[in-house]
Design a protein around this ligand. Structure first.
Ligand SMILES: C[S@@+](CC[C@H](N)C(=O)[O-])C[C@H]1O[C@@H](n2cnc3c(N)ncnc32)[C@H](O)[C@@H]1O
Length: 365
């Protein structure tokens, strides 16, 4: 039996017991089923998706290390300097940041902790410690929390506005296939919709990510001083749950190709939905992250030296036209507003002043 069948069988057993399932349960199994989930299955899912970390062997981590230097200063130059990465995947970003850390005063005292529910041996090799959940990370010294494309991979529930109010779109077996069925929306979905989806027209779909609040509760409890930097695709709620995106933002990626057939072949597609950054800001605020700064990855990485990287590369004696072009292509991918440069960056601070942060707009309470 293939792993995809295993996932479907497990989902069917659950549906037989419970009737229809929230889409978050389907997504949880499709991505994280212990034997057949997209991120958990044995045959290397990391080859099947592409993020800012995979654009270049060192660049994203090198630029983030410059940001982490700002964070280290803001946190009062702690030693050890603890960095907690959410969604550390195969440890690639950890390795990039470790390599770049040697150029900074905190390099020698870096303590790099990963949070990854589907770790590989390459993940743990790159880390000082690895935990399956943020709830397991011990309380410690002043802490920097970072993540790239972590929140978009958290399971979502689905809801649709009808002329009579909100319904939840749940998942049920229809013969040999999975399909959607409407059920009355529970109160927690209605209250999310009231808070964030007033612009969604009748017929429009929204994704509701319910685990965000608990992530922030644990993040805030890690230390008295915490700076949390989250990079992801998405926007403020008025844009994510807007008339323009009325069809919703949930997509399946199979071998780098996007499809809106999110129920096909669970376990063999990455499932993602845009992040509602207003929800992250609100969840942070309610846990004591009193200030935040935000902006697009393009401006953020430019302020941290993405352009200088090309100037320095050009001066290297071993640089050729071909290698220079490859470097330039990587920088463009990271900063282009039609590519990864359009990603949002959010830095939130608890017990600190964020004004020295480079590359993000100053927004404080
Ligand atoms: C889209 S991948 C991004 C990986 C990496 N950060 C990058 O940018 O290439 C999301 C990662 O987050 C992990 N993940 C998702 N939810 C998690 C959770 N609740 N706790 C720990 N890791 C989680 C997944 O297993 C996966 O490795």
């Amino acid at each position: 039996m293939t792993s995809a069948n295993t996932v479907s069988k497990r989902l069917q057993e659950q549906a037989n017991r419970q009737g229809s399932l929230p889409f978050s349960v389907f997504m949880e199994h499709a991505l994280y089923d212990p034997s057949g989930g997209f991120y958990t299955r044995a045959d290397a899912p990391y080859a099947d998706y592409f993020t800012s970390v995979s654009v270049h062997p060192t660049l994203f981590g090198q630029l983030l290390a410059a940001h982490l230097d700002d964070v280290w200063q803001i946190l009062g130059r702690p030693a050890p300097f603890r960095i907690v990465e959410l969604g550390a995947a195969d440890g690639r970003l950890a390795r990039q940041i470790r390599n770049a850390a040697d150029s900074f005063s905190w390099g020698g005292s870096l303590q790099y902790v990963g949070v990854e529910r589907a770790p590989a041996s390459s993940t743990t090799d790159a880390l000082d410690a690895c935990f399956a959940s943020i709830a397991e990370v011990p309380v410690g010294n002043a802490t920097s929390i970072i993540s790239n494309e972590f929140f978009d991979a958290l399971p979502v529930r689905l809801a649709r506005r009808t002329a009579d109010g909100w319904v939840e779109e749940r998942v049920a077996r229809e013969g040999e296939e999975w399909g959607f069925v409407d059920r009355p929306a529970p109160d927690e979905i209605k209250s999310y919709a009231m808070q964030y989806a007033s612009a969604t027209p009748v017929g429009g779909r929204i994704e509701v990510r319910q685990s965000v609040e608990s992530i922030y509760r644990h993040a805030a409890s890690l230390a008295s001083g915490v700076v949390m930097t989250s990079i992801d695709y998405g926007d403020i709620s008025a844009a994510v749950h807007s008339k323009r995106l009325a069809a919703g933002t949930l997509l399946a990626y199979r071998r780098h190709r996007a499809s809106d057939d999110v129920l096909a072949n669970p376990g063999h597609a990455d499932l993602t939905a845009h992040v509602n950054f207003t929800q992250l800001i609100d969840a942070g605020r309610s846990q004591g992250f009193g200030c935040y700064r935000t902006g697009q990855q393009a401006d953020f990485l430019a302020a941290l030296g993405a352009g200088d990287h090309l100037v320095r590369f050009q001066e290297r004696p071993d640089a050729t036209l071909a290698t220079y072009r490859a470097e330039r292509e990587a920088v463009f991918q990271l900063v282009s507003p039609t590519d990864l440069g359009r990603f949002q960056v959010l830095t939130q601070g608890k017990g600190v002043d964020l004004s020295p942060i480079r590359g993000l707009d100053a927004l404080t309470d």
